[in-house]
Design a protein around this ligand. Structure first.
Ligand SMILES: Cc1cc2nc3c(=O)[nH]c(=O)nc-3n(C[C@H](O)[C@H](O)[C@H](O)COP(=O)(O)OP(=O)(O)OC[C@H]3O[C@@H](n4cnc5c(N)ncnc54)[C@H](O)[C@@H]3O)c2cc1C
Length: 309
């Protein structure tokens, strides 16, 4: 309930002002985000790699309505890939990038977004690594999956994301379980209508387990993005049942969340990738992280109250 309310309220300019100007915000942002610049992102990537973790980098920002801005985001990714490659961080896909289609122009027309994503894919190929298209709210899913299918003809390793909260997702997982297809599975971080999505945690979790089974039974490369201990345990059991080696799938977690578990899994021989955001446009990302954890919201509300009293 609290999660849905916070996500719905996050469009309010007043809440945005409160959150972005609260003194405690910076510390929370710093725990989830690498920093403002690509230099910060490369520095943190280097540290994560040294700890045996793989990385996917996200340049923060979404819902771009301006073609020049969409092109600038594309250029930022291309420059980032060049810096990562120069530092030897992209070898074998060790560090890759995650791209939000609405940040590179999805709402300006899928041709614009597809063109920008194709440029990023070409730069990733030159750098020896891959691209994954993030999943955004349910209105963006169909055009995003269509772009992924179109571009996969030339960039076979272009990954996409399926959210278990959506009712359509189990079927999507089955159709995306073909040879070599890279699919990240997450629960879903957006406020979706009941017609499109499961609303109870239990239903979302059960859907995650079904989607995971479909992907692990398939011939693709599942990327299991969750911090949920029960689902991580089920993933391990499914790997045993399906005879998947540790190099044929990976776990993914967000930067700053359950870091000890990230290291534990990596030390056990699993492939573990950390999703690492950077950039100045962190508001929407932060709200989604706050909404996922009631404790975070309570802490935040307390800090706002003490500021206003
Ligand atoms: C690598 C990665 C990529 C993602 N990409 C997308 C995407 O493209 N599209 C999309 O819609 N969503 C994406 N998500 C977010 C995802 O959909 C969930 O919103 C988020 O991961 C929380 O769900 P959970 O599976 O961790 O389970 P939950 O049940 O929410 O959490 C399980 C446990 O994890 C810990 N935890 C979870 N969230 C937090 C937090 N914010 N702060 C502190 N502890 C926390 C807590 O211990 C909690 O009990 C991504 C998540 C990951 C890990």
């Amino acid at each position: 309930m609290l999660r849905r309310a916070l996500l719905a309220a996050s469009a309010s300019p007043r809440l945005r002002r409160l959150i972005t100007t609260a003194p405690q915000t910076r510390a929370i942002v710093d725990s989830y985000v690498a920093g403002e610049t690509s230099g910060d992102a490369v520095r943190v990537t280097r540290a994560l790699r040294a700890a045996g973790l793989l990385v996917t980098l996200d340049y923060l920002g979404e819902d771009t309505r301006d073609p020049a801005q969409a092109a600038a985001v594309t250029d930022e990714y291309i420059e980032l890939l060049g810096k990562l490659a120069a530092d030897g961080l992209t070898h074998g896909g060790a560090a890759e990038v995650s791209v939000k289609p609405t940040a590179v122009g999805l709402f300006l027309g899928s041709g614009i977004a597809a063109g920008n994503i194709a440029r990023i894919c070409a730069a990733a190929r030159d750098a020896g690594t891959t691209v994954t298209l993030d999943a955004e709210d349910y209105r963006a899913i169909e055009p995003t999956l269509a772009i992924a299918a179109e571009l996969r003809a030339e960039h076979g390793d272009l990954g996409c994301v399926i959210q278990s909260c959506l009712r359509r997702s189990e079927a999507d997982c089955r159709s995306l379980s073909g040879y070599g297809v890279r699919v990240r599975l997450c629960k879903g971080a957006y406020n979706e209508p009941e017609s499109a999505a499961f609303t109870s945690r239990r239903d979302v979790d059960m859907s995650y387990a079904r989607c995971m089974r479909a992907l692990m039974n398939g011939a693709g490369y599942p990327m299991l993005a969750t911090h949920d201990p029960r689902l991580i345990q089920i993933a391990g059991s499914l790997a045993l049942l399906t005879g998947r080696g540790s190099d044929s799938f990976e776990y993914q977690m967000l930067y700053g969340i359950r870091p000890a578990e990230q290291r534990r899994l990596a030390n056990s021989g699993a492939r573990v990738r950390v999703y690492l955001p950077y950039g100045g446009d962190w508001y929407a990302y932060l709200v989604r992280r706050l909404a996922e954890r009631p404790g975070n919201v309570a802490f935040f509300l307390r800090s706002l109250r003490s500021r206003n009293s």
